[in-house]
Design a binder for this molecule. Structure first.
Ligand code: FES
Length: 362
């Protein structure tokens, strides 16, 4: 039972500044301060962001809006950025990045979480995370911003790319953006048209906003905008600044079709992966060791070559004794070629090769 209401946690948070200074100078340990704060209220910490879930709302068949009330440490966050959300499942801490679709005064934020085939964390949030659950979040990141220049703004979203762009759109309309805005949202089927009711309401209230949903899973009817992205969809946006968010292939297609101002955010990590045999950077976090490596050999071999002695048994991916958490980057399973890129994902070092720079909890 918390000794304070959540509101007081936020109000009192700035008063912790002297403690933050003492921690920064090494005179106090943050973990010990956090133990005392967490005893007063489970969401209270010196610097880390904790937030209870305060609302859940399905905004399409496969996308859930999750609302959270942050403690006082979510400073400077903007809608349209993304934030890492952490969750413990079966004793393993998982983390995944979600877009901030809303950031309000008073610490209220909203994230868009889409169902992913085989996505353990996203599916757990959608199916099992109750209102009242307390979550930890990382700090917000992301460079997309609302352009003030140009004749208007074109927003191109594929799938869950809508979440980052919706955050920016909501904030811009609230602030009175009056130039034309065209939003094209590409989804496979009609049930995936996320935030449809809200966007229709926004169109009624803001005549400068046009929203089109383009179904990619069926042939477009004659005269109706539809199907996968093509350059012709940009007609009427001359002089606009474009913002595009979606998988790497979608972003590349937009890039090739547009010569004007363009900001992009791709959520497929594979676009930055190395070819087999390329040089990569290995970061073994718990050992505080960084080393040069390559994307051909297993992480077990490369950790040993760097002087580490990871636990192992069979060296064939069978016994699981070499299992570690992937903290950042992506790896390839040398047996199946499957790629894993979810932070917090357990991997077997003996059969995993890095694809680009990686950070391992070893
Ligand atoms: S050593 Fe047995 S699974 Fe890696």
């Amino acid at each position: 039972m918390p000794l304070f209401p959540m509101r007081l946690v936020r109000v009192l948070s700035p008063l912790l500044r002297p403690l933050r200074v003492l921690v920064a100078r090494g005179w106090l340990r943050e973990a010990e301060v956090d133990v005392v704060l967490a005893w007063l209220h489970p969401a209270w910490r010196l610097n880390r962001v904790f937030a209870p879930v305060v609302g859940r709302e399905w905004v399409s068949d496969d996308l859930l809006a999750v609302r959270l009330r942050c403690n006082g440490n979510a400073r400077g966050w903007r809608a349209g950025q993304h934030v890492q959300l952490y969750l413990e499942m079966d004793g393993v801490r998982h983390g995944r990045s979600y877009s901030l679709t809303r950031v309000d005064a008073g610490g209220l934020i909203e994230l868009g979480v889409r169902r992913q085939a085989g996505g353990r964390m996203s599916n757990h949030i959608l199916d099992h995370l109750p209102v009242g659950a307390l979550l930890e979040l990382g700090q917000a990141d992301g460079e997309l911003y609302w352009p003030e220049q140009g004749a208007g703004v074109g927003l191109l979203a594929a799938g869950s790319g809508i979440t980052a762009l919706l955050g920016l759109l909501r904030a811009a309309l609230v602030q009175g953006y009056a130039a034309p805005v065209t939003l094209l949202h590409y989804v496979r089927e009609a049930g995936q048209c996320a935030y449809r009711e809200e966007l229709q309401q926004l169109m009624l209230r803001h005549p400068n906003l046009q929203v089109r949903w383009l179904l990619t899973g069926q042939e477009p009817e004659p005269g109706v905008l539809g199907g996968r992205f093509q350059a012709a969809h940009l007609l009427g946006m001359s002089g606009f600044e474009l913002l595009a968010c979606g998988p790497a292939g979608f972003i590349e297609a937009v890039r090739q079709s547009w010569g004007g101002g363009l900001q992009v955010e791709a959520f497929s990590p594979l676009q930055r992966l190395s070819e087999p045999g390329s040089a990569v950077r290995l970061d073994f976090a718990r050992s505080r060791l960084q080393a040069a490596g390559d994307s051909s050999r297993s992480l077990l071999e490369q950790a040993e070559a760097s002087g580490l002695r990871p636990a192992h048994g069979c060296r064939q991916g069978i016994c699981a004794s070499c299992t570690c958490l992937l903290l950042g980057g992506a790896v390839r399973d040398l047996r199946s070629g499957t790629t894993f890129a979810e932070p917090g994902q357990p991997i077997r070092l003996c059969v995993s090769a890095p694809l680009g720079d990686v950070q391992i909890d070893l």
